[in-house]
Each structure stands twice: as C-alpha cells, then as structure tokens.
Write a protein that binds this ligand. Sequence first.
Ligand code: PGA
Length: 254
Amino acid sequence: MKKLIIANWKMNPLKGSEARKMFAAINTVASKLKNVETVVCPPLVYLESLGEKVTTRSCVLGAQDAFWEHAGPYTGQVSPDMIFNTKARYVIVGHSEVRKLGETDELVNKKIQSILQFPLIPIICVGETVRDADGEHIKFVKHQIKQALGGLTQEQVMRVVIAYEPVWSIGVKAKRVCTPAECREVVQNIRHVLADILGDTDSARTVPIIYGGSVDGGGIEGFLADGLVQGALVGHASLDPKEFTKILKIAEKI
Ligand code: PGA
C-alpha cells in the first residue's frame, strides 16, 4: 500500500496566486515519488484553478468538506458533485474544527453517504478532545467510527480513509504531540472496529488509517514506523512547501 500524505491547508493562503505557487512547489517533488500519494486540500475557491496544475496521479487534490445534497436552495454549501467536477478526488469529512462549529456524527454520516455516490474518497476524521487514564478516549473514537460508517455497504466502507486526529495534539498551540505509541494503541482499536463492521480482519486491513496532529518533518518517521498508520494528515506544516516536501521525502523512504 502506498503512503498517503495529505496537506490540509485549512483557511490558507489568502491569495490564489500564493496557492498556485505552493502547489507547484509541492507537485515538483510529489509527482516523482513512487511510494507516496500526495493529496493537497486547499480552500474550495482554489480547487478549480489548482486542478489545471495537476500533472500526475501521485499528487492530486481534495476538498476540506462537502454538503450532503446535490444541488438546490442551500446557501453557502458545496456538493460532492461540484467537488468531483473540479477534478478533486478526496474530501475531508468530520474534521474537529468543523465538529466544533456544531457538526454532529449524524451529519458526518450523511456527508459520507453522499460523497460515496461519486468516485470520491472520504477522509473521515475522528479523535478525542481529551485523554484520561481509564481509556474513555478509545470508546469515544470507536463510537465516532461506528456512527460515521453507519448504513454503508462493505464495499463502501472499504473505500474510505480514516484519519485519527487526537484533538489535543492539533495545531501550533497544542501543549504536546501524541506519541507514536499512543497513536498505535488507538489505531489497533480502530482496526478492531473495522473488522467488526466488515466481519473480516483481512478486509479491515485494507482500509487506510492515517494520523494527524502536529505532524512535521521531525515527527513523520516515528508515526510511519511505529504508529501503525499508512500516512498523515498535515495541517500547519503543509503551508511551508519546504517542510511538507521534507515529510514526503521521508515517507517515500520508509
Ligand atoms: P496540524 O493540523 O498539523 O496543524 O496539527 C492537523 C489537522 O488539523 O488536520
């Protein structure tokens, strides 16, 4: 399985010209890699123009969210159909920053069902806001996954990517970063839930699980080597093409 490294630019950069420069710098490196698939998720307004810059399948685009309806009177929303028409191939769903604004597990599930009507891959974000010693965070993450995947067929479950993002480890202000061992423990449990849902451990193994939360050039190796994950969802470090391509090059070698 190829490594999957995803850039989540969040609400950055301010100008399209800057977005094109950043994408070009990433694409120069990413398009040559054999063992890594790179996905850049810019703000929606830049998707169409960056789509023209995509040159290979190894460096593609994704959206940061999508609405569940296809078209109609939904002011401010963008549908999976529209995203698919821009040539994007992935959609982040259930990011903690969107959940914080009121998105529920039920809405996350509706979005995933709608995204899967298209040849798009949902990157489903799950993760606890706090950790305690009694392992409540594991129950919490398992519950989020069951809710997110509710009502999906086996074939659909096998098309998703799960991003484990402990919320306390996200962003420049995070007090500390999740360790590869802490990540591994949760990822093992995510595999168990997937095996329960799919009724088979071999199929569960084919669903990519990636880690997100303050990943940079210094930390990526630990997660890929010891965190039991196939890739990373990278926020602030993806805004610096030098740092992000460093992550890509390390992932290529592991
Ligand atoms: P971060 O963000 O790398 O800035 O912690 C990751 C994310 O929120 O996806």
